[in-house]
Design a protein around this ligand. Structure first.
Ligand code: NG1
Ligand code: MG
Length: 514
């Protein structure tokens, strides 16, 4: 179990950070970062904090309802190079932050108030807001543990290879790397992984996204030989597991749609709205089923469908197995949330014996949302059925025979295909381009294809028997990229950005080898 233990955020050799095959190309990038740092700030960085992106294999939009998910960290990452300087007595700490891709991400300077509470505007979407999230989170944690120093001033240079708005969690990588950088700049030598994750989850909400905890967990707990089975109840845990050995061997391929969905701007009609819908589904179900008040758990809005499930079986006085429980919950939703067309705010308020204004105040004010109708039935059905699929997938992954057959892989892939159907039809978080990529890949030999991450654009993930990978790549090239996004075919590097065979990658670290 990788949930506890002390995180030592320091390594001294590149090969501890990257899989050996990545060193050559990555070494060049690290050098560039360090050289540009020197040119900008007149000195070498004290350290580089690094956090990777992630791909989610299965379990979409259920982390914030506190259900298990199965992501893995990937090799692409975000690097934060830092030189820390003591802040003069009586002065506020200053932060100078720049990006290697300075045309896209212009520099900024700001100060850190003595309490560490930097202001983060949810209207001004400057890229450096994510660094500010890391600052706020890090100082909140440091102070809660009795630290009362003066924040150090920082010179910062950032470079990321995770496309933003692309479903591979550039945002979580940025927040995790930033928090780690702030800790290190302020003299901290170690921090528990789960503390770093918990603070990164809360921090990312400062930019206006009411996020779950999967991405930050994958970015910190990632391991180069294993994917993760992440659970949130009773507390955050990341269990590492390896892929089954099979004949033919299996691979996961990630393919970009090139449709970007920037969560921080679309949140009111997409991501944050789904958090509201699933939370309200739990609250309405509790009311209709006469379960009394739900436990206030760690869901972003305080209640979860997972909490509701526990309460339901507590009341029944029985505890069937997890799979039976989830199957039963799918039935309960069908019978109880009968309005297939959705519920207006007024209708929900009436069921809950409250006012629409009170609902807005409690669930839709810190993170505003816009909707005519709230799709409680469809969203809750997705959550319970997706959790069921995660359970079945985990069972297949972790208890595979010594050498799994093609039909075994197909059974795993089937669950991924069903996940995609549910995301498209019940959770309404796919898009035509994602559907198209999945169809092309399946026809060419993928046994399981689905969107990964929040959806509405971004990336897809495909489970493919290794011998079919070239065919799938060729089909994607011909039938998707060639017409719509020919830039993906311009060079080998561009192609590797569009379509990549993914291996589990190493989680966040701090490198001080200068
Ligand atoms: P993306 O959009 O890929 O970063 C988001 C959430 C996750 C999870 C997935 C959907 C953040 C930081 N991440 O991922 O927690 O809910 O959507 O499964 O908001
Ligand atoms: Mg993100």
């Amino acid at each position: 179990m990788a949930g506890s233990g002390v995180y030592v955020p320091e390594v001294t050799a590149l090969d501890q950070i990257y899989a050996p095959e990545a060193i050559l190309s990555q070494g060049k990038r690290w050098n560039e970062l360090s050289t540009e740092f020197e040119r900008l700030y007149g000195k070498t960085p004290d350290f580089i904090a690094r956090a990777p992106g992630r791909v989610n294999i299965i379990g979409e939009h259920i982390d914030y309802m506190l259900y298990e998910v199965m992501p893995m960290a990937v090799a692409i990452d975000l690097l934060v190079a830092v030189a820390a300087v003591p802040t003069p007595e009586g002065k506020e700490a200053t932060v100078e932050i720049a990006n290697l891709a300075s045309d896209k991400f212009p520099s900024k300077e700001f100060t850190i108030p003595r309490e560490g509470d930097v202001e983060i505007s949810s209207e001004d979407h400057h890229w450096s807001n994510y660094f500010k999230c890391g600052i706020r989170g890090a100082f909140e944690l440091l102070r809660s543990e009795g630290w009362n120093g003066t924040p150090a001033s920082m010179k910062v240079l950032v470079h990321g290879t995770i496309p933003s708005g692309g479903g591979l969690s550039s945002s979580a990588a940025f927040t995790c790397a930033s928090a780690l950088a702030v800790f290190t700049a302020n003299g901290q030598k170690e921090i528990e992984k789960s503390k770093l994750v918990n603070l990164a989850i809360v921090s990312e909400r400062f930019v206006g996204v009411n996020s779950g905890g999967m991405d930050q967990t994958a970015s910190v707990f990632g391991d180069k030989d294993s994917a993760l089975y992440v659970s949130f109840v009773p507390e955050l845990k990341a269990k590492q597991f390896s892929f089954p050995k099979s004949d033919p061997p299996l691979s996961f391929l990630i393919a970009q749609t090139y449709v970007t969905s920037e969560k921080k701007t679309t949140a009111p009609i997409h991501y944050n709205l789904r958090v509201v819908e699933t939370t309200l589904a739990a609250v309405v179900l509790a009311k209709k089923l006469g379960l009394g008040s739900l436990p206030n758990d760690n869901g972003p809005l305080g209640y979860s469908l997972s909490g509701l499930q526990s309460k339901y079986f507590e009341k029944q006085g029985t505890t069937p197995g997890v799979v039976q429980q989830l199957e039963a919950m799918v039935g309960v939703v069908k019978q109880t949330l009968t309005q297939e067309e959705g519920y207006t705010k007024e209708e929900i308020a009436e069921i809950l014996e409250t006012t629409p204004e009170a609902l807005t105040e409690r669930y839709m004010t810190r993170f505003p949302v816009r909707a005519e109708k709230f799709q409680l039935r469809a969203r809750a059905t997705h959550v319970y059925s997706e959790s069921l699929r995660v359970n079945k997938f985990a069972e297949l992954m972790m208890n595979a025979p010594e050498s799994a057959s093609l039909s075994y892989l197909e059974a795993m892939g089937q669950l991924m295909n069903e996940s995609q159907d549910s995301c498209r039809d019940l959770f309404d978080c796919s898009c035509p381009e994602l559907d198209t990529l999945c169809n092309i890949a399946r026809k060419a030999g993928s046994v399981g294809s689905r969107l990964t991450g929040a959806g509405w654009g971004g990336c897809s993930v495909h489970l493919i028997p290794e011998d079919k990978v070239p065919q799938v790549e060729a089909a994607l090239r011909e039938e998707y990229y060639k017409e719509k996004y020919p830039q993906a075919l311009e060079s080998e590097d561009a192609w590797r950005e569009a379509v990549v065979v993914s291996k589990p990658g190493q989680g966040a670290v701090v490198y001080r080898g200068f």
